[in-house]
Design a protein around this ligand. Sequence first.
Ligand code: ATP
Ligand code: MG
Length: 193
Amino acid sequence: MKTVRLVITGNPGVGKHTSAQLVARELKAEIIDINKVALDNGAVLEKTGKGIEVDTKKASKLVANILNKKKKGSFVIVGHLAPYVMKKSAGIDMAAVLRRSPRKLEETLLERKYIREKVNENVSAEILGISLYDSIKAFGKRKVAEFDTTGKTPEQTAEEIIATVQKERPRRSGSVDWLAVISEEEVQRYFSY
Ligand SMILES: Nc1ncnc2c1ncn2[C@@H]1O[C@H](COP(=O)(O)OP(=O)(O)OP(=O)(O)O)[C@@H](O)[C@H]1O
Ligand SMILES: [Mg+2]
């Protein structure tokens, strides 16, 4: 089996960890969870009511160290902070940016009991495609592939990611446009926080 070096990123709640587990099992890859690496090594700036704030500078060094030691074998790096803690020189094969429709993402985050401010902040970031934009800046357009998880099962998403990473051709992104599918009223609501 070919060695695969994959990043799975995207906004909180889009399904990164759920699909990463399935992808990693299928590819016999090791999962490197950025949040876990940061938490286990004290790379945390503060714990607020809204969650933890990771020290991205420290986390970046920690992840680079792990990758330097990892000379062989497949890995899947998971986390919404991937574009901010990974270096282009990490030589990954693909950065999968998972997307989810604003309404479905809102549902998921409310189920998690996130406070309204944090829900709106994350849904707004998804509407604007910040994770995709920052991933393209960090990894380069040819490495970034976008996956819409809306209405798909985690298994379907994992399968799509695996099929795409195994192809050598440039990755594709830019087809998801939530502004085209939500109303003006929803935009106003999500952007008030
Ligand atoms: N197509 C899909 N792929 C992955 N997860 C999905 C999909 N559809 C629904 N889900 C569900 O979405 C929920 C959120 O997934 P998950 O916890 O993996 O998100 P996450 O992106 O890792 O969030 P965080 O960044 O906060 O860790 C889970 O309940 C998962 O089962
Ligand atoms: Mg997660």
